[in-house]
Design a protein around this ligand. Structure first.
Ligand SMILES: [Zn+2]
Length: 568
């Protein structure tokens, strides 16, 4: 049915009048006087921006936007500073980040002895029997090899002698291995004959006893004792602890200019805390959550929990996460050819639920996000995506994701664009892993397939950036810097021919990250109509010299038009 022509014109005229009237209504907030990078190709860089009811209503020159300043309009004068869209953390662990803020931070340890000292100190303060928990150690980042060592990892004796009454659990920076002391292993009933579960490995010392290091699924043999202790907390306490973790994580996001967070895997048991916070209006950053749980439970319960922009736009639960291999540092990444520094190993792969969950996600039209680091794991995921999506409507538009996509066979690089698969990669992993990537993969494989951003982008793939927080600090500036320089801490550059350009790196943190979650209609660019989520930076990350990028400070973080963080 079509309206008579004059009526159509009348309706159109009314609409135009209404929008003009709306535009002239004063803004709640106006920002002006600096470079405002909209990351919208049609708008480019502007000098002023206006917000009403949590959304952007106008961008342009100062003279175009200033008429929207009324008596009650909050005015932010940039004085030459820079605005970019709010950073979207493309792969992190929101509640894990909040929990990390409450356990021993081992990321800065320079030797194994540093860690032993920290843990022994914490044990002295805690009642006997209390678990001492730490996270973030990485043997490749220490100044010297521990003595004695097993494959470069420490053994438990020294630590155990200082912590006889406290079980100790120290998670590797990658999250794919853990270290336990004697007390923890005793409580779990581990001895020299304990067999590891599928997809896991228990490292033994020369005496044949477990040395304390448990890879991948093996870590759960010990951690389940702690998990059981935790599960005996009263439900109200569990909920309060989760809410506290969410609050701490959100504060850290805001300090770093992160306005949206793509959470890489929360189990059903923890979703309630996030749903509750969103419903109360107490989530200060926007979450997009992948559900990670058993395949059967996902099939049964996903539909009931699925939600889009609940709590006034702060909580989306609309994706499923599955992990099919481990990390490179701990030699858990699943490779097509053996490790260069461990000829007998190609890593650890787990295919059990890959096809089953891919079919489920394709059937219910939700995004499927597969953790794959090694080239074999990536190929398996792409093969299954291809087979499962092939005969469905809109096969390339489903935006299935590979989380990390860290090491790829050159043959698989074009498949990301061909299949419409999002590569959710972490710029900062490239430079922090650089010290051992060549050792693990050898020069040739590292050159052609490790963090191959340039090759992926040139082939037309969409890259979503992030930090995998708390594996790395949730610092978008550091990850942006790594993405455009690939410069490691020691100053060396890791195959710089694979660098992103500045604008590509910014897009990977904003526009493309929003696309990676089907959220480009409301996020990722400073386009009128979208959420007023943006960040004021001390300097222009698209213009300062390379060496200056890291000195950029987040001065202000605005979510939904509200200033949620101001740098003191
Ligand atoms: Zn992760």
């Amino acid at each position: 049915m079509s309206l008579p022509r004059t009526l159509t014109q009348f309706v159109l005229a009314l609409f135009v009048l209404a929008s003009v009237a709306l535009c002239q209504e004063p803004a709640d907030l106006v920002v002006r006087g600096g470079a405002i990078h909209t990351v919208d190709d049609a708008l480019g860089t502007v000098r002023a921006l206006a917000v009403r009811d949590g959304r952007i209503v106008a961008v342009g020159g100062e003279d175009e936007v200033s008429p929207l300043i009324g008596e009650d309009t909050e005015l932010i004068e940039l004085d030459g500073r820079t605005v970019v869209p709010g950073f979207i953390e493309g792969h992190g662990h929101f509640l894990g980040m909040g929990e990390f803020a409450q356990v021993l931070d081992l990321t800065r340890a320079e030797t194994w002895e540093d860690i032993v000292r920290l843990v022994a100190g914490a044990a002295e303060e805690a009642p006997a029997g209390t678990w001492i928990v730490g996270r973030g150690w990485h043997q490749e980042k220490w100044r010297r090899r521990p003595v004695p060592d097993v494959e470069g990892f420490p053994t438990h004796e020294l630590l155990s002698s200082l912590t006889p009454d406290h079980p100790v659990s120290l998670t590797h920076a990658s999250g794919h291995a853990a270290f336990f002391n004697r007390r923890a292993m005793e409580l779990a009933g581990i001895d020299r004959d304990t067999a590891p579960p599928t997809g896991g490995e228990i490292l033994h010392g020369p005496d044949g006893e477990p040395c304390g290091v448990f890879r991948e699924t093996a870590a759960t043999l010990v951690d389940r004792v702690r998990t059981a202790d935790l599960s005996r907390r009263p439900p109200a306490r569990i909920r309060a602890d989760l809410r506290r973790a969410a609050q701490l994580a959100a504060e850290e996001c805001l300090r770093n200019g992160v306005t949206s967070f793509q959470d890489a895997g929360t189990p059903f048991s923890q979703l309630g805390a996030l749903e509750e916070l969103a419903a109360e209006g107490n989530l200060p950053v926007r979450l997009w959550v992948m559900v990670r749980d058993g395949a059967g439970r996902i099939e049964r319960e996903f539909a009931a929990r699925r939600t889009k922009r609940a709590g006034n736009g702060y909580l989306t639960i609309d994706a499923v996460k599955l992990t099919i291999d481990g990390a490179l540092g701990a030699r858990g990444a699943w490779l097509l050819e053996p490790y260069a520094d461990s000829a007998s190993s190609t890593g650890l792969g787990r295919m059990e639920d890959l096809e089953r969950l891919a079919r489920f996600c394709a059937d219910v039209r939700t995004q499927f996000c597969v953790h794959a680091i090694g080239d074999r794991a990536n190929r398996e995921a792409l093969d299954v995506f291809e087979a499962v999506l092939e005969d469905r409507e809109d096969p390339t538009g489903r935006r299935f994701r590979i989380e990390h996509a860290q090491h790829l066979s050159p043959a698989d690089i074009p498949r990301f664009a061909e299949l419409g698969v999002i590569a959710a990669m972490q710029g900062i992993h490239c430079t922090s892993d650089a010290p051992y990537v060549v050792a693990r993969l050898g020069e040739g494989r590292a050159r052609e397939g490790a963090y191959p951003w340039r090759s992926l982008l040139d082939a037309g793939a969409v890259i979503v950036n992030g930090t995998d927080a708390p594996v790395e600090r949730i610092d978008p500036i550091a990850s942006f810097d790594a993405s455009v320089t690939r410069r490691a801490a020691d100053g060396t550059r890791f195959f710089p021919e694979q660098c992103m350009t500045r604008i590509e790196a910014l897009r990977s943190y904003t526009r493309d990250a929003a696309y990676g979650a089907f959220e480009e209609d409301v996020k990722g660019t400073l386009t009128p109509g979208k959420f007023a989520d943006f960040v004021v930076l001390s300097q222009d990350i698209l213009a300062v010299p390379d060496d200056e990028i890291a000195n950029t400070k987040v001065l202000m973080t605005v979510v939904g038009g509200e200033v949620r963080y101001r740098r003191p």
